[in-house]
Design a protein around this ligand. Sequence first.
Ligand code: FCB
Length: 443
Amino acid sequence: MYKFLKDSKLCDPKFLFGVATASYQIEGATSVDERCPSIWDTFCAKPGAVYKQHNGDVACDHYHLYQDDVNLIASLGMGAYRLSIAWPRIIKFDGSINQKGLDFYDRVISALEEKNLTIMATLYHWDLPQYLDDEGGWLNRETAYKYAEYVEVVSSYFGDRIDFYATLNEPWCSAFHGYRDGKHAPGITDDRSAFLASHNLLLAHGLAVPILRKNAPSSKHGIVLNFTPAYPANESAKDVADFADEYNHWFIKPIMEGEYPESVYQHYIDVMPTIEDGDMGIINAKIDFLGVNNYSRGVIDQDGQYPNYKEVHLSDVERTHIGWEVYPEGLLKLLTDLNQTYQLPPIYITENGAAVDDQVVDGAVEDEQRCRYYQNHLSSVDQAIRKGVDIRGYFAWSLMDNFEWAEGYKMRFGIVYVDYKTQKRIPKRSALWFKEFLDSRQQ
Ligand code: FCB
């Protein structure tokens, strides 16, 4: 079944396999232990913002069921877990520390340690405290400094117990979905705001790195970025596809080289934020790993005058339930291109996975499409390694079905099924596939 992996690095038990989740998507317990509201609580309450006005109030109730979930991760043969820490649980609106929030993550981390799981913690997976949004959120430069204070609290508390610290998850989505197309919290639709938010997010990242190094000197520090490689729909769309692809570099280029991608920067020069002296140097802080999230590709066509473009929807291709094209070759190209373009630290695939309209039949979930998706994408990872890309680990998105942002609970990305009425977890065929493969590596 996984013969494509023969003599592959993926079969070496040192190659890390894990599952990923994020706080707001799984924890629930939003008004427990003095957690502050986040921008997602506010956004979910806005009519029309989220599918059927779903919200994260209960989610997978991981806040209470974390011990079972950690046992589940270990039982699947996984070696690692990528979780996120919720800022609104840690810092109260008056700036004081919420010990109960730290205690919760302490319990989770202890449970993971007990199972010898490698821990990757994302420090910001989109749940900005609402009290900071009230002061402008990511449009306020001060938020980057507030973030640095929060990172100081978390990293001085947990130190090296967390093996990998990721500063931000997909700042591209925070900036461009949060402030440009309004699909995500806080739901703003404005180019100028999106670029300003992106700069402040990058600044937050850059300010955090030295703090993490000081407080957790033997941990690895990096960031998780999303990439959707752009492909031209036809010969004449090549230039616009190249331009669209520059967006994939909007975060990685300043981090690796201290500069924004020139063509996008120039095109949007009228709405670019002021870059203060020293900012690009802060953003260019050395990182120890790059987290790569990838799900699909974008097929790009012209839309009037260069560089205007649109994404086209090819009709005769395979798609997942959420509508994203299944295109594993895109992951291979992405990884080899990134490797050629930058002097990168080791890469971890921090998210990859598929939404499937799963059904429970006789107590089991046969998610054949997801199994194929994982095998074909892992095959791309394998090929990329064979082509010289230094990839050290792979995290499936996600451990279990959860609150999928604007799509609510409609989209199921888990390798474990969640029955939201009973909170029962049912490992799907894909989870059993991972287990079988991971167990075989130990022999
Ligand atoms: C990514 C997010 C993650 C999840 C997947 C499907 O953009 O980081 O939280 O929603 O998409």
